[in-house]
Design a protein around this ligand. Structure first.
Ligand SMILES: [Mg+2]
Length: 292
């Protein structure tokens, strides 16, 4: 029995269904290939586009999360307190007021969240992004720093803040320090980097020394202590430290900073500011000392 309409219907439906299925298949096919293409593109991009700041991860993780890093801060400030007590016992009255000269960043204030922001963005330090961060006045205190400087204040020893933060950052920095409870966080005790004067802290230390007897210097960079360390290159820097070895733990209290610092800019990169990220990577690997 012929049922033309049925046949026609079936055939038509079949054709239409087939056509529909075909279109779906083609669309799916195209979609699948698009997905494959997208996947390949992502993988390929992943091979060639890397975060130029990736090398900084371990240093930041150590500084932020390593309990050993915290312990080093406590150790440094405990030594500072022992030294302060010893100096106070032997100090003769009548001289200039006693003072501690301290750096701020990664010495008293923890800016590691800024480091993480830059790392995630794949950007190195820029003065613009740095100032955006410092003006938030949101840094926390490093372990042991606040307690030590408050102890110094209780012994009538003043604190002078010599920092390479700029004059524009002064208000926010003092606010940050004050809110955390750091003593003498005022303009009189604050020595920022003056424009065009360069990063050396020596002239500011000499200025402080005219009014105060500097008994201790605290910092995370050698340039926080003396200009004898303002030398370029890994070898000369190590030699300068060897020559001054008796001063560490006595007059110089140094803190660990594997995130950034003079060890990189003056040491590994030897003050060169024109280096690309890949050139820096080559230099970092070149200074590694392996088996002969
Ligand atoms: Mg510092």
């Amino acid at each position: 029995m012929t049922l033309p309409h049925f046949a026609t219907y079936t055939e038509k439906g079949a054709v239409e269904s087939f056509s529909y299925l075909r279109q779906v298949c083609i669309a799916r096919h195209r979609f699948s290939w698009s997905l494959v293409g997208l996947l390949l593109l992502t993988l390929t991009a992943g091979c060639f586009v890397t975060n130029s700041q990736e090398h900084r991860v371990n240093g930041i993780v150590y500084w932020q999360s390593g309990a050993e890093s915290r312990a080093l801060y406590y150790q440094a400030f405990n030594i500072a307190r022992l030294r302060l007590d010893t100096i106070l016992k032997t100090n003769k009255a009548g001289g200039k007021p006693l003072a501690i000269v301290t750096d701020i960043d990664e010495t008293l204030l923890d800016n590691s969240v800024y480091e993480v922001t830059q790392l995630r963005l794949g950007f190195a330090y820029t003065s613009q992004s740095w100032e955006t961060w410092t003006k938030k006045a949101a840094a926390k205190a490093t372990p042991g720093s606040l307690e030590f400087l408050q102890y110094a204040q209780s012994k009538n020893v003043q604190v002078l803040y010599i920092t390479n933060r700029g004059v524009d950052e002064e208000e926010a920095t003092l606010r940050n320090l004050l809110e955390l409870g750091f003593p003498w966080a005022d303009q009189e005790h604050f020595y920022p980097m003056v424009k065009n004067a360069g990063p050396s802290k020596e002239s500011r230390r000499l200025e402080v020394a005219q009014k105060y007897e500097i008994i201790l210097l605290i910092g995370d960079n050698l340039s926080d202590f003396s200009d004898i360390f303002e030398v370029t290159g890994i070898g000369p820097r190590a030699e300068a430290v060897d020559k001054a070895k008796d001063l560490f733990g006595k007059h110089f209290i140094i803190l660990p900073n594997p995130m950034y610092g003079d060890w990189e800019s003056l040491g590994v990169y030897a003050t060169r500011k024109d280096l690309s990220e890949s050139e820096k990577d080559v230099l970092r690997k070149r200074v590694l000392k392996g088996e002969p």
